[in-house]
Write a protein that binds this ligand. Structure first.
Ligand SMILES: [Zn+2]
Ligand SMILES: [Zn+2]
Length: 362
């Protein structure tokens, strides 16, 4: 039987979010209903509310979530009721050209639940953020969006691996391929940048240089594993990174802002034949200008990182295990826990910059 639960809806462009009763259908073939325990508040949720992603209002917000599988539809064998799972927004298809060539982290045909959740009051179909919609007591997803992990981890920490923290760690260890002894610079020390720092530290980087314009963020970056910090408000970050790397530049520079000016900094702060990883998300009007001769002459690779190029089934359980063993402290990413009715306030706090992640606990 379909169930009625509470969920946080963005009703229209720039309108405040509000709690509504939503209808969650029983899972159909290949689907699962998950009882949500925690869900982080991400910038992407704010972008949905502001109309920056699409106009398919009303949105059911929330996508960095962990919970327990309540029921599964026909044909679902990978997860079962009672499993503790992290939700992912790239359930791989196994059939597209990327999957068939053994590179499922690039899957070009990721999928979500077929059935729609609806508003109880009007019957209107909801658009779940990133195909998840987890600021809700329960949500309906494709079973492939559920990744089973060790239930010993707290839900508030686990949920963050579903998006921002995975994007940052993956930018370092998957896309950037950071290895022992590498020098790494990370430009932009919000949640994703800090996760990239933690990832570079985990991978054995010899030097991890954090670059930001906010001293408080640089302080946090140190606690995540940065060995050096540069405040680029008063210092040229390219010069500073070169100085800290014997005059050469870093092996891997991770751009976690997503702006042309910070991308140029990343491009020139890297050593010859080094790697730039773009994980910050630009907006449609941004353009990049670089001398093509420099692109050629400096060699190396310029990469983009989708969701940290993660493979949820491979990466989520591994990172949870490292966290439980004390080798990757994910607790530091949770600044505060809040209730379902405080999402609007959490959006406001994002602008002040004192919050790495607010996490809704249900
Ligand atoms: Zn997110
Ligand atoms: Zn695929």
């Amino acid at each position: 039987m379909a169930q009625e639960v509470r969920g946080v809806i963005a009703p229209g462009k720039d309108e405040p979010v509000r709690i509504e009763t939503i209808v969650v259908p029983d899972p159909g073939p290949g689907e699962a209903v998950v009882s949500i325990q925690a869900c982080g508040v991400c910038h992407t949720d704010l972008h949905y509310k502001q109309g920056g992603i699409s106009d398919d209002y009303p949105f059911l917000l929330g996508h960095e979530a962990a919970g327990v599988v309540e029921s599964v539809g026909a044909g679902v064998t990978d997860v079962a009721p009672g499993d503790f799972v992290i939700l992912n927004w790239r359930a791989v298809c196994g059939k597209c050209r990327a999957c068939l060539r053994g590179r499922p982290w690039y899957c070009f045909d990721t999928h979500n639940a077929e059935q729609k959740m609806t508003l109880a009051s009007t019957g209107q179909e909801l658009s779940p953020a990133l195909g998840i919609g987890a600021f809700a007591e329960k949500t309906l997803v494709a079973a492939g969006q559920c990744t089973k992990v060790d239930p010993g981890v707290s839900a508030q920490v686990a949920g963050l691996l579903g998006c921002g923290v995975m994007a940052g760690i993956g930018a370092a260890i998957n896309t950037g391929n950071v290895g022992r002894g590498d020098t790494v610079a990370v430009i932009g020390c919000g949640g994703v940048g800090d996760a990239a720092i933690a990832g570079a530290h985990l991978a054995g980087a010899a030097k991890v240089i954090a670059v930001d314009i906010d001293d408080r963020k640089l302080e946090t970056a140190r606690s995540m594993g940065a060995t050096h910090t540069v405040n680029s408000r008063g210092t040229d970050p390219v010069e500073a990174v070169r100085e800290l790397t014997g005059g050469f530049g870093a092996d891997v520079v991770i751009e976690a802002v997503g702006r042309p000016e910070t991308y140029r900094q990343a491009f020139y702060a890297r050593d010859l034949a080094g790697t730039v990883v773009l994980v910050g998300v630009p907006t449609p009007e941004m353009k990049l200008e670089l001398p093509l001769l420099d692109v050629f002459g400096r060699g190396g690779s310029l990469k983009s990182s989708w969701y940290g190029d993660c493979l949820p089934s491979r990466d989520f359980p591994m990172l949870v295990d490292l966290h439980l063993q004390g080798r990757l402290d994910l607790d530091k990413f949770v600044t505060e826990t809040i209730g379902l009715d405080e999402v609007e306030k959490a959006f406001e706090r994002m602008h002040t910059g004192d919050v790495l992640r607010s996490v809704v606990v249900l």
